[in-house]
Write a protein that binds this ligand. Structure first.
Ligand code: GLU
Ligand code: ZN
Length: 320
């Protein structure tokens, strides 16, 4: 009996900013097949933490579409929008340990004062970073400022990355990845001025609390992974295994994420689409499976799943 396989917990974590598209289907299929091939659990989490970016009805639409494709998830879908208290607890834990600080800068102030550009634009120049913060006794001014900033929502909360050093990990598809957070990213936001929690915090907290052991997702999130690993380190939780599948682009190199699936999803078209996704993922489904039923398609896909066949690139063209 294999011991590793029974411990596998994977997940698919869509953001309800629109209906499921081919690109998100790729992430769903890859995470699902990898979990099932390893006799693992597979969870779905609705990442609706960024309410302003949500499209009305998209969350339900995504779940219905996943059902139409025959995906089966192992416990109830959790919604990030319902979990602010949990994120707040973890934020406060980081605050008590002196890892975060309040920032009142406007976008414009940052743009005007930034000197360095990182992978996500201007590196925050630490304007609001309290110089005394890391003294054993945090001075009362700082503490007051922090205490007052939080409930009133007048400040965002940033994490100090000076002590992160080089964050390195081995991605099962993309190989060795490393990042110097201070140089490449800077002190990033965990809670926004409008009171909403940032994806980076929410995803780390939820992956940890849901016991996720294996994360298979799009390579557009490869750059975010070192930030997430740093947060895992500070929160004292285990870093999962990562595998980042290529992002789907069209012949002009544009992401397909804004496009919806061209054809309506029915029992027949869904199995043909899974076939195309398997091709995209380098799984070489036999040609005669093109017209297989969904059940046959999934049986084949899971039994023959080979993560090592997935193209080792961040972007891959897909011609519709
Ligand atoms: N919610 C994110 C997205 O749809 C994915 C997050 C993740 O898989 O870590 O882009
Ligand atoms: Zn600031």
């Amino acid at each position: 009996m294999s011991t590793e396989s029974t411990d596998y917990v994977g997940r698919f974590a869509p953001s309800p900013t629109g209906p499921l598209h081919f690109g998100s289907l790729v992430a769903a299929v890859a995470s699902y097949c990898d979990a099932r091939y390893n006799q693992g659990k597979w969870l779905v989490r609705m990442e609706d933490v960024d309410k302003p970016r949500e499209m009305a009805g998209a969350a339900d639409d995504i779940l219905r579409t996943l059902e139409a494709f025959g995906f089966e998830w192992d416990s109830e879908v959790i919604n990030q929008s319902q979990r602010s208290d949990i994120y707040e607890d973890h934020l406060q834990h980081l605050q008590r340990n002196g890892f975060i600080y309040a920032c009142t800068c406007s976008r414009k102030e940052i743009a005007d004062s930034a000197i360095n550009i990182g992978i996500d634009g201007a590196i925050y120049p630490k304007t609001c970073y309290p110089k005394t913060y890391f003294n054993k006794t945090i001075n009362s001014n700082t503490r007051e400022r922090h205490a007052s900033a939080s409930p009133m929502g007048t400040a965002s909360w940033r994490i100090n990355v000076d002590s992160a050093g080089l964050i390195a990990f081995k991605d099962a598809i993309q190989g060795n990845i490393s990042q110097q957070l201070a140089h490449d990213v800077g002190d990033f936001i965990l809670k926004r001025k409008d009171g909403l929690f940032a994806y980076q915090l929410a995803v780390v907290v939820d992956d940890a609390l849901q016991g996720i052991t294996h994360i298979v997702r799009g390579a557009d999130l490869l750059d975010s992974t070192p930030r997430q690993i740093y947060l895992q380190q500070l929160l004292g939780v285990t870093t999962p295994h990562y595998a980042h599948v290529p992002v789907v682009v069209n012949a002009d190199g544009e992401k397909l994420s804004k496009q919806t699936l061209a054809k309506p999803i029915t029992a027949e078209t869904s199995s043909a689409l899974v076939f195309e996704v398997l091709q995209f993922l380098g799984q070489n489904p036999p040609f005669e499976f093109k017209n297989a039923t969904l059940a046959e398609m999934w049986r084949w896909a899971i039994a023959h799943w080979q993560l090592e066949k997935i193209p080792r690139q961040k972007l891959q063209i897909y011609n519709t």
